[in-house]
Design a protein around this ligand. Structure first.
Ligand code: HEM
Length: 430
């Protein structure tokens, strides 16, 4: 597909509320991660949307399918912000922008509990965040989880080193973070395939029937699992939630399922999508791969550059009240999408934004959003990515994409399903 390159290419005609100025009305559906491309930098086509000539608020039609359409999307359309400063305001101004309803997919089957902490606004959000934070703090992750992450990643790399090839997306990226996550939560290993199938159906199938079926399966399983942990506590996170207390009170049934459900949803394929895109980029850009391999001290910075240049999610908020912003009227209840792939490349914030610079040292990109809902799993994700690169480069020589393989990628959570990589197995270290 040829992507639009300027505002005139995306001007659109569709029914909008009367207070929306015509010059803001565009069609940005192509920038929401559902259209694949084969570029080395798959997010490049959205970069121009942060330019000085682009109005600070655009208005986009409602999503037609997939994640955005499923819940909470306004039938008329929603505002879109694309400049760093504006996205930052949406994430940090809790008085004007609400998270209520975010990721509440369970509403599709008539459930009324909320996804915790993601769909809870300040000040209520604080108590849930404080409750969960200790389990995800850098100190806790490094102390309790690092050894396990390293063990899993080394075992998985050792299994493939002598083969000289792997399907990095399907057999590695999809498996590795989920093994860590299931271990953290105490979920039974036998659920691995079903979890991934349910999650795919909820987030990516675009079919209401499949979403509803998967939601019923997940929630049945999680409720049964919670009930089991009530009776038989263990040292894992689900049990800690089930037996936890907030402000001295035991959690309600809705709070327990709300937390366990959202962790289940947030922890499964975000790291997988990031890994697949990271390896795709290194395979297609050998000089980048060589630079990181030869300078392991750059790994930490490289991980954040991969994250900055691959913002797999654009997120949405709802206006809490009527107010004026950048000369337009925003009405209470209207949706505002933050287009992270534009914000992460805003030249007013990042010098030479398209350049992959592991020495940049600026981690205030929006891949984990910002403000109170900043990804709780960010440190865990960073450790998984850093340890993967560190152990990989010690064992696997230069790799490339298997000749003839399709390297098409969806610039978003859909990502890439198959990524066959090859290397000279005689040079692998075991
Ligand atoms: C590279 C991997 C990941 C990415 C890109 C990512 C991205 C995000 C984003 C964009 C949000 C905010 C969504 C919004 O505000 O609308 C978020 C929130 C969250 N993420 Fe992640 N995530 C990743 C990994 C993880 C992992 C591994 C876990 C858990 C094991 C996790 C747990 C959470 C939780 C609990 C929240 C809600 C925080 C709150 O509302 O206070 N994430 N993540």
């Amino acid at each position: 597909m040829r992507y639009p390159e300027k505002l005139d290419d995306i001007r659109a005609e569709y029914a909008t509320p009367p207070h929306v100025p015509r010059d803001r009305v565009v069609d940005l559906s192509w920038a929401m991660g559902d259209v694949p491309n084969d570029l080395i930098d798959p997010y490049a086509p959205f970069g121009w949307l942060n330019g000085p000539d682009i109005p600070r608020l655009l208005y986009n039609p409602p999503a037609q399918g997939g994640m955005g359409a499923a819940i909470g999307a306004s039938p008329q359309g929603n505002w879109v912000v694309t400049h760093y400063e504006d996205i930052n305001r949406v994430y940090t101004d809790n008085a004007h922008f609400s998270n209520a309803g975010t990721a509440d997919f369970q509403r599709l089957i008539g459930e009324t509990f909320r996804s915790i902490p993601i769909s809870i606004d300040a000040p209520e959000h604080h108590k849930y965040r404080m409750f969960l934070m200790p389990y995800f703090s850098p100190a806790r992750i490094t102390r309790d989880l690092d050894p396990r992450i390293r063990e899993v990643v080394v075992e998985m790399i050792d299994e493939i080193a002598a083969k000289g090839e792997v399907d990095m997306a399907w057999d590695f990226a999809r498996v590795y973070p989920v093994r860590i996550f299931m271990g953290l939560m105490g979920f039974p290993k036998a659920m691995f395939d079903e979890f991934l199938e349910w999650e795919w159906n909820i987030l990516h199938s675009g079919s209401l029937e499949k979403m509803q079926g998967a939601l019923r399966n997940v929630l049945n399983f999680l409720r049964g699992f919670i009930a089991e942990k009530e009776k038989n506590p263990d040292e894992f996170l689900t049990s800690s939630i089930v037996h936890g207390k907030i402000e001295g009170k035991a959690l309600s049934e809705d709070e327990k399922i709300g937390m366990v459900w959202f962790l289940w949803l947030g922890g499964l394929d975000t790291v997988a999508a990031t890994i697949s895109q990271m390896y795709r980029r290194m395979a297609l850009q050998p000089e980048l791969q060589r630079r990181i391999r030869e300078h392991p001290e750059l790994i930490d910075g490289a991980v954040d550059e991969f994250l900055r240049t691959q913002p797999i999610l654009s997120t949405r908020r709802t206006a809490t009240k009527d107010f004026e912003w950048h000369g337009v009227q925003i009405k209470a209840g209207e949706g505002i999408t933050c287009l992270n792939p534009a914000g992460n490349f805003d030249p007013t914030r990042f010098e030479n934004p398209r350049e992959f610079d592991p020495t940049r040292g600026d981690i205030r990109h929006f891949t984990f959003v910002g403000g109170i809902h900043t990804c709780l799993g960010a440190h865990l994700a960073r450790r998984e990515l850093r340890l993967l690169l560190a152990e990989w480069f010690k064992r696997i020589p230069e790799f490339h994409v298997k000749p003839g393989a399709d390297t098409t990628v969806y610039p978003g959570l859909l990502s890439i399903r198959q990524l066959p990589l090859m290397w000279d197995a005689t040079l692998s270290v075991r």
